[in-house]
Ligand binder design. Structure first.
Ligand SMILES: *Cc1c(COP(=O)(O)O)cnc(C)c1O
Length: 392
C-alpha cells in the first residue's frame, strides 16, 4: 500500500504517545500521578445522564440527525448564549451542532484554507489548529505567547504580507495550555484585525465556564459587529464533564457556520440525537453543577499553587481552566523535566514543547485529579528535592 504524503506531515496526536507511556509505567507497578490529558475526572451530572436514558427508550433517537443539529438543541444554544453573554443568535443560520468542538475546529480549515493559505495560530496552542491547517494544505504562522506578553499574541508584530495571506486567526481564552485569560480589549483588537485583513476570527471558548475567584470569561461575540467576522467554538465537554459524549457547537457568522456545515454534511452526519437532547438538558437545566465543579477545581488549584510556590516556583495563579503552565527549573528542557518528574516521582505532565516551539521551557499540569493526589505529588517532589531555584 502507498500512504499519502499528507500523513507524513502530521505527528501522532500528542496524547496518544503520553497515554502509551503511562500504561507502560502502570504495567511496571508504578503508582502514576497523572497531570496529563485535560479530561475531567468528575462524573457527568446525573440529570443529564437521566435525560439520555429516557431518550434512548424512544424511537426517534435511532434516526440520522440533521447536519446542523436538531432545532431544539440549536435553540438551547441560542438561549444559553443570550443568558450567559447577552449575545443574540439565529438558530436557523448561526448555530451548528458539532461532534465535539475538536471536530468542528478540525473541519473548519477545509472550508477556508486553500494550498499555501495561512492560518495565524498562537504558539503554544491546542494542536488541532495547526495540524488541521496543514492537512488542508495551508501553513501555520505562529504568534508566540510568553510570560512577557502575558500569553496574549501581539497582532502588531504580524508582517503585512502574512496578514494579507492569512484567512483564519485562531484565539483561545481562557487558554489551553497556559491557563491565561484575555481582556475584552484584546478581543476588540482581534475583531478589528479580522476586519482590516478580511479574515475569519476563530474563537475557541471551550473553557468559558471554568473560572476561579469570581472570574467570568467573555465571548468575542459580545463586541458589537463581531459577528461579521467571527465564528466561536464551544463545547459541553469541560463545562459538564462530558468529554466522552462528543458534543459541541459553532456559532456566529452565518456564512462561516454554513461553510463548516457544508463540509460536515459531506463527511459526518451529525451528532447522535440522544446526545443532542441530553446536551439540551445540560444547557437548559439546573446550572448548580457548574458552580460545584468550579469549587472543586478551585480547591485543587489552590493546593497545587501553594505546593509549587512552597518549592520555589513563581508564576501567576491561574484564574481559569484546569491547567497550570509551569516553567521548568534552570538547566532543564520541557522534555528532560517531564522525564525527571516521571522517573523520580511517578508524576505525569505534558512537555510544553508539544504545544508549539514557544512551549519549550514549560510543562503543562492538568488538575483533573483529587486534591489528595495533588498534595501527594508535591510531597514526592519535595522528597526528590525537585525545586525551582532561578539562581541555581
Ligand atoms: C478540550 C478542548 C477542546 C475541545 O473539546 P471537545 O471535547 O472536542 O469539545 C477545544 N479546544 C480546546 C482548547 C480544548 O482544550
Amino acid at each position: 500500500m502507498r500512504k499519502s504524503k499528507r500523513l507524513d506531515l502530521i505527528p501522532p496526536y500528542l496524547f496518544v504517545k503520553i497515554e502509551e507511556r503511562k500504561e507502560e509505567l502502570i504495567r511496571k507497578g508504578i503508582d502514576v500521578i497523572d497531570f496529563g490529558i485535560g479530561d475531567p475526572d468528575l462524573p457527568t451530572p446525573s440529570h443529564i445522564v437521566k435525560k439520555m436514558r429516557e431518550v434512548l427508550d424512544t424511537k426517534e433517537a435511532a434516526n440520522y440527525p440533521t447536519s446542523k443539529g436538531e432545532m431544539i438543541f440549536r435553540k438551547a444554544v441560542v438561549n444559553w448564549y443570550k443568558k450567559r453573554f447577552n449575545v443574540s443568535l439565529d438558530p436557523a443560520t448561526e448555530v451548528c451542532c458539532l461532534i465535539g468542538s475538536k471536530e468542528g475546529l478540525a473541519h473548519l480549515p477545509l472550508a477556508f484554507i486553500d494550498l499555501g493559505d495561512v492560518s495565524l495560530i498562537p504558539d503554544p496552542s491546542y494542536p488541532v489548529y495547526k495540524i488541521c491547517t496543514t492537512l488542508a494544505g495551508g501553513e501555520a504562522y505562529f504568534l508566540p505567547l510568553n510570560a512577557k506578553n502575558n500569553f496574549i499574541p501581539d497582532l502588531d508584530n504580524i508582517p503585512a504580507d502574512i496578514a494579507k495571506k492569512a484567512k483564519l486567526l485562531f484565539i483561545n481564552y481562557p487558554n489551553n495550555p497556559t491557563g491565561a485569560v484575555a481582556e475584552i480589549s484584546f478581543f476588540e483588537k482581534c475583531v478589528k484585525f479580522a476586519r482590516q485583513n478580511d479574515l475569519l476570527l476563530v474563537s475557541d471558548l471551550a473553557y468559558s465556564e471554568m473560572g476561579f475567584d469570581g472570574f467570568r470569561a467573555r465571548s468575542v461575540l459580545e463586541i458589537p459587529g463581531a459577528k461579521e467576522v467571527t465564528i466561536e467554538f464551544h463545547s459541553l465537554s469541560k463545562t459538564y464533564n462530558m468529554t466522552g459524549w462528543r458534543i459541541g457547537m459553532a456559532v456566529g457568522n452565518a456564512e462561516a457556520v454554513q461553510a463548516l456545515a457544508t463540509i460536515k454534511s459531506n463527511i459526518d452526519s451529525g451528532a447522535f440525537k440522544a446526545i443532542q437532547l441530553a446536551a439540551t438538558e445540560a444547557l437548559t437545566g439546573p446550572q448548580e453543577c457548574v458552580i460545584d465543579n468550579n469549587q472543586i477545581f478551585e480547591e485543587r488549584r489552590n493546593v497545587l499553587y501553594a505546593g509549587l510556590t512552597s518549592l520555589g516556583w513563581k508564576f501567576d495563579k491561574p484564574k481559569a481552566t484546569f491547567y497550570f503552565w509551569v516553567p521548568v527549573p534552570k538547566g532543564e528542557t520541557s522534555a528532560s523535566f517531564t522525564e525527571k518528574l516521571l522517573d523520580k516521582c511517578g508524576i505525569l505532565v505534558v512537555p510544553g514543547s508539544g504545544y508549539g516551539p514557544s512551549g519549550e521551557g514549560y510543562v503543562r499540569m492538568a488538575i483533573t485529579l483529587p486534591k489528595e493526589r495533588i498534595a501527594e505529588a508535591i510531597r514526592r517532589m519535595e522528597k526528590a528535592s525537585i525545586t525551582f531555584l532561578e539562581s541555581a
